[in-house]
Design a protein around this ligand. Sequence first.
Ligand SMILES: Cc1cc2nc3c(=O)[nH]c(=O)nc-3n(C[C@H](O)[C@H](O)[C@H](O)COP(=O)(O)O)c2cc1C
Length: 207
Amino acid sequence: MEFNELVFARRTVRRYNQEPVRQAVIEKILRAGLAAPSPNNSTPWSISVITNGEVIQKMRHAVNERLDLMFANIKPDHKAVLDKVKVFSTVFANAPVVLAIFSRPYHAPIHELLADTDISPDHISELRRHPELQATGAMVQNILLAAAEESLGACWISGALVARRELESILGAKDMYLETLVALGHQESQPHPKEPLDLELYVNYIP
Ligand SMILES: Cc1cc2nc3c(=O)[nH]c(=O)nc-3n(C[C@H](O)[C@H](O)[C@H](O)COP(=O)(O)O)c2cc1C
């Protein structure tokens, strides 16, 4: 697909059939993800590929359990919201492939200057709005575009991260932080392309 067509054709898809995704296609998508830019080309990321249904159901259970714990004392009329949050946080549970995107803290050249100051690495990272997180965002967008190019459905799922600790433990994260999940699978039908947003609402030209 031509690029300008592809960016508008990419849509979030939350329903997948159970047809497995071919390994060659998964690898093509992973390579596109790993082609993303990163600060100082530090590639501060890793991707875990989960196709084992039992692990995926364990992850779903962990997310639902965490949400139940967090919101055990909500008012009865908020129950419907909790149910909705659960649905949107566990979209991955029906996908044949789940990608777990991890980052590690980015050690920037500027960090080497900090020993002579009382500035913390966290403060620099906060000022720079967490470069490793931005890099994983670029990676996820590449993954979503590559999936769309393959006519696969995909969904970026940050909702599940309320159970970050539990998910990290299930996935065996080592010195990495789980940043988000991406669900991938064959879609039932091609979603409508996106309408371009109005530039005037979102873009400022600074004189
Ligand atoms: C950072 C981020 C987090 C998201 N988290 C979720 C999520 O937890 N669950 C979900 O169903 N969709 C999630 N989405 C998908 C958005 O809801 C979707 O991108 C948005 O509604 C726009 O639709 P489109 O992707 O078709 O353009 C997320 C998207 C982004 C960019």
